[in-house]
Ligand binder design. Structure first.
Ligand SMILES: [Zn+2]
Length: 246
């Protein structure tokens, strides 16, 4: 994710790959790409699951003084959990991803129907861009940093990352194992374990991870335990530097 959309790890991810591992070949497996693609493949077409469905409500809402269509749209994005809570993982992800889409709508548009049609069309286009970005061509995922999609705010990356485009190519390999042996693991670690297992099976020299608690997720099968490789943990240190937080 940090390579294709702006996250707090994006700056470190690019710099680590381009500075430290520029002579390495990068690989990932098809399942890792499929996992990313499902983020915006909403489980159900309901108010809570699908942010496009939520934003359709703009058409029916009464208007109030001092509340803009954009303001209402942001609140609808965040309001993605039954029970009146806000900020669960799905709605947080959706609000980060689509807030820029709302921002891009012309401020002059004050007709709820027109606003709604434009915003939902652009949301669908952004999901399509995300899917295209993650679709390898001849097994190669070629990423230009200038095309990174906005997700978390631009304050997480340096402006040069977007203006002086850097290219990173990743070979996407077919899954070299079925996920069957991981099915009994808790759902929170199942997929990560599967991915670690496949990378070790490919005998990689280094695994880049974005999770400081990665040790809990490492596959503990005999083959993986016998194979040692360097683990590099990406952090948000570079973004903290950009924001003068350290
Ligand atoms: Zn294993």
């Amino acid at each position: 994710m940090p390579l294709v959309a702006i996250t707090p790890l994006t700056q470190s991810c690019y710099e680590t790959i381009l500075n430290r591992f520029s002579h390495y070949s990068l690989i990932a497996h098809e399942d890792s790409i499929n996992e990313l693609k499902t983020i915006f493949n909403f489980r159900a077409n309901t108010f809570y699951s699908n942010p496009i469905n939520r934003l359709e409500k703009i058409k029916d809402l009464p208007r109030f003084d001092g509340v803009s269509l954009k303001g209402s749209a942001i609140k609808l994005l965040l309001d993605g959990q039954a029970g009146g809570w806000i900020g669960n993982k799905n709605s947080r992800v959706q609000a980060f991803f689509f807030s820029d889409v709302i921002d891009s709508i012309n401020d002059e548009i004050d007709d709820p129907d027109e606003f709604c049609n434009k915003v939902t069309m652009k949301m669908k286009q952004k999901i399509e861009s995300f899917d295209n970005f993650l679709t390898p061509i001849n097994g190669l995922l070629s990423i230009e940093s200038k095309n990174i999609l906005s997700y978390w705010g631009h304050h997480n990356v340096s402006s040069t990352l977007l203006s002086e485009s850097k290219n990173i190519s990743i070979r996407i390999l077919p899954n070299c194992e079925t996920s069957e042996m991981f099915e009994r693991l808790p759902s929170a670690i199942r997929r990560d374990s599967y991915h670690y297992h496949m990378l070790k099976k490919e005998k990689v020299d280094v695994i880049l991870v974005g999770d400081a608690n990665y040790k809990k997720n490492i596959c503990s099968c005999q083959t993986c335990m016998k194979y040692d490789c360097e683990i590099v943990i990406l952090t948000d240190t570079r973004r903290k530097e950009l924001l003068n937080l350290i």
